[in-house]
Structures are given as structure tokens and as C-alpha cells.
Design a protein around this ligand. Structure first.
Ligand code: SME
Length: 160
């Protein structure tokens, strides 16, 4: 059963709405790519001023492009490379306010100016990385980080 989604003007409220809505759009019995696909679509719907949102999935010792919304992107990223690979290696979320200042940033879209990346650890192991890009400098802050951590908690609880 789906519930209708409706975007509000308030950023924190939008994260609350994502957390509330996500369980209706994902299902523990579904394959992981179904869950990641709907999660990326939900984030894309609720977030302002972004040009890309998606997942890089850990597979055969690399991060491979998973479900996403936006322009076609780099298909694989090595551990420790770019913002995505650094976040995965350190198992740490990263907010990059200006991608031109991040040594080794991988540019998939010239429009991207800032980025937020969160690792997804399942049963103590790296499973994937969530990456969100914005055409605006300094787009992401701790409210985004905390909101996205809550969304990922729901996602992780619904992975089979
Ligand atoms: N910019 C990322 C690569 C992924 S794309 O932005 C979709 C990075 O530096 O890791």
C-alpha cells in the first residue's frame, strides 16, 4: 500500500516525511536494487537544488553505480578515490561544500558544486554509499546529514 507524498517548504519536515513514507515504498522481501531505486526517487522528490542522487554499491572490491536519479554517471569507483571512495574507505559521512577544493574529486557532471556522501554499513560491513550532488555551493549541512542518517536507518532496516 502506498501513501501519497507531499513536499513541504521546511527542510527538516521533508526529512520527517521521507522517514514516514519510505516504509510504504520498500519491502524487506524485495531485492536490494528495488529498495535503493525507490529510496533514490523519494530523496530526489523531497530535496531542493540537487542534480544527482544515487547509490554506489560495494561489489567485487569496488563501488559500482547503483540505482540513481540524474544524468548518467561514472560506473565504478575504487576504494579511496573521489568523495565516494573516501567516504567508503573511512566509513565516514562527508559534506563537501565546494567540490573544486576536494583533492581527487571525480567530476561526473560539470554542474556539481557541492556534495554529501554517507556510507551504508550493514551488519558491520560496507554495503553501499549514498551520494547526493548539488549545483549550488555549500548546499548541504548537518540538518541534511542528520535527516539522511534517519532515512538510511529505515533503508537498512528494510534490506533483506
Ligand atoms: N563526485 C563523486 C563521484 C560520483 S558522481 O558525483 C555521481 C566523487 O568524487 O566521488
Amino acid at each position: 500500500m502506498f501513501i501519497p507524498i507531499q513536499k513541504s517548504q521546511n527542510k527538516v519536515e521533508n526529512y520527517n516525511r521521507m522517514v514516514e513514507a519510505l516504509p510504504y515504498y520498500i519491502n524487506r522481501k524485495d531485492p536490494w536494487y528495488v529498495t535503493l531505486a525507490n529510496t533514490s526517487a523519494l530523496i530526489d522528490y523531497f530535496l531542493d537544488t540537487i542534480n544527482w542522487v544515487g547509490f554506489y554499491v560495494w561489489h567485487h572490491d569496488r563501488l559500482y553505480l547503483g540505482p540513481f536519479q540524474g544524468k548518467p554517471a561514472c560506473t565504478e569507483i575504487q576504494l579511496g578515490r573521489g568523495v565516494v571512495g573516501t567516504s567508503a574507505l573511512q566509513e565516514k559521512s562527508l559534506i563537501v561544500s565546494d567540490v573544486s577544493m576536494f583533492e581527487g574529486h571525480i567530476s561526473c557532471d560539470q554542474e556539481t558544486q557541492s556534495e554529501i556522501v554517507l556510507p551504508i554499513i550493514v551488519h558491520g560491513k560496507l554495503f553501499a554509499v549514498l551520494d547526493i550532488d548539488s549545483p549550488k555551493l555549500n548546499r548541504f549541512d548537518t540538518e541534511d546529514l542528520q535527516g539522511l542518517q534517519k532515512v538510511l536507518r529505515v533503508l537498512i532496516d528494510n534490506l533483506s
